[in-house]
Design a protein around this ligand. Structure first.
Ligand SMILES: [Zn+2]
Length: 269
């Protein structure tokens, strides 16, 4: 997709978000960010978007809620969440959604989505913990909303607020954000965050570079499914950096009690 089209669509998307958030917050209270290099997006906007985004994902995607899937993901998050920085803020949820894509992505409002194609590509729960660590960096830094905000023009906001674009725009938002990368700096930061978080949670920090390698090799005949990979950030460089960082961590590893094979098996039932 060409940058101008992306910019326009993301602008429309954020505008729609703002419109919905306005409704959710009872209007007036919000300050609209103006177009700056790094807009200060009110945290209330993320908070207001949380329930809307969760509802829309459930409407647009089949969410896998088998007991083994939920138990596994919550065990992983149960280890990672206490190791997050104190300032992490609002609650972050993880949903497994049906898709052959080898992908995970973070939406505004603290929602991480993991495609079943990615779950199947990873052989261990520790590797999934590494991928979630990367996405948690985006969630904690509120990268999704900041990215949308950077594309925003005031006129677009006003148009969308008065235009009431609703569900169709949310659908476009969903399609766009699943394929978004935040630039090399933010992606490197998220990779480093993932390695550090694994170590802080008592998990093997090498699980993250191992996950990247499994993602790289997941679908040799169908590279279009590898949406997790960022063309601007070569995967072998990321793996090497993550390995280097993991090698410097001192971790007392504690086993992660997850029936990962059972979880993956439950997705095929
Ligand atoms: Zn990322």
């Amino acid at each position: 997709m060409t940058p101008p089209r992306l910019a326009r669509e993301l602008g429309i998307l954020l505008a729609a978000f703002l419109a919905l958030a306005l409704i959710a917050l009872g209007a007036q209270r919000l300050f609209f960010p103006t177009r700056t290099a790094s807009p200060d997006v009110p945290r209330e906007l993320d908070d207001a978007l949380g329930p809307i985004v969760r509802r829309e994902v459930r409407r647009l995607q089949k969410v896998r809620e088998e007991p083994k899937v939920e138990a596994g993901i919550s065990a992983i998050m149960g280890r990672l969440a206490p190791a997050l920085p104190k300032a992490a803020g609002a609650k972050i949820d993880v949903l497994v959604v049906d898709s052959p894509d080898v992908n995970a992505f973070t939406l505004p409002g603290g929602l991480i989505c993991v495609d079943t194609g990615l779950v199947r590509a990873l052989p261990t729960a520790d590797e999934m913990a590494g991928v979630l660590g990367h996405e948690l960096s985006h969630a904690v830094s509120r990268d999704p909303l900041a990215l949308l905000a950077r594309q925003l023009g005031t006129a677009t906001v006003i148009n969308a607020v008065s235009g009431g674009q609703g569900a169709a725009v949310m659908e476009t938002m969903f399609r766009e954000l699943i394929n978004v990368h935040y630039g090399r700096e933010a992606e490197d930061r998220a990779d480093a965050f993932a390695v550090d978080l694994l170590a802080a949670a008592g998990l093997d920090p090498h699980a993250f570079p191992r996950a990247l390698a499994h993602i790289r090799d997941a679908a040799p005949e169908r590279p279009e499914l590898l949406k997790y990979l960022d063309p601007h950030s070569p995967i072998d460089r990321r793996i090497a950096l993550a390995e280097q960082r993991a090698g410097a961590e001192k971790t007392a590893v504690r086993a992660l009690p997850v029936d990962w094979r059972g979880l993956v098996g439950a997705l095929s039932e």
